[in-house]
Write a protein that binds this ligand. Sequence first.
Ligand SMILES: [Zn+2]
Length: 268
Amino acid sequence: MHSFKEQFANSKWAKMITPAGSRECESCGNEYKVYETPKGLQGACETCLDRELKKDLPFIEDLQERRALNFIESFERVPRELKEATVNSYQPKHESQVEAKKLLAKFIQGFEENKGISLVLSGHPGLGKSHLAYATAKALKERKYKVLYVKVSDLLEHVRGTYNPKSPVSETQIFEMIQGLDLLVLDDIGAEYVKLNESGQETWVSDVLCKIFDLRLSQSTVCTTNYSESELAAKYGTHGNRITSRMLENAKGIRIEGQDQRKRKDAF
Ligand SMILES: [Zn+2]
């Protein structure tokens, strides 16, 4: 910290400030220097000033932490029907669903020791993949981990939005946030709109997905998809195999089977 004298050393008032001995601090008893200034005698105990500043530090750190969490949350868009979902409230109707439920409960329980382990939940729509994925995100968030649950199409939209010069958020900020997460839950990979170029290849979406998986190497990611590995690989063209192999890096794949739980009997 600069002393009172140093702060003014280069100002035009410097000549008007002259040492005027020292004082004893009323709080801690330390001596500190005082100066004769146009505003009268000035000076402060640096030990006490320091202590005062440090008192505010945890608050400042909290604030930074809070801002980082708010930033993560600003990307989360949870469908209403998932908001109340918990792993416990998932009702398996098929052996593979029982297995999936157990696997995610274990994933949550062992998250701290198994950091870096990822999961890929695949299977037809309506089997509760999003339910389990979101419930996992929610449970770990409650345990104070930095977690983002996001639909892939929403995340891509956010990234695309940063190309607008008026965007308050930059692409780099999004990627840094993704890299800093304890857990990234990417829901519904493969369902996003894919635009093919002249040679019939998707480039932008697969570039972004490659980048995301690169940033998550050695960190935990939970992915859900309605597609099989080979279908996804085919979908992303030249990058296809790269994307699926990164998704599966250090990951357990589980295929959920059964009847679409959202389907009801035809009314007509
Ligand atoms: Zn003091």
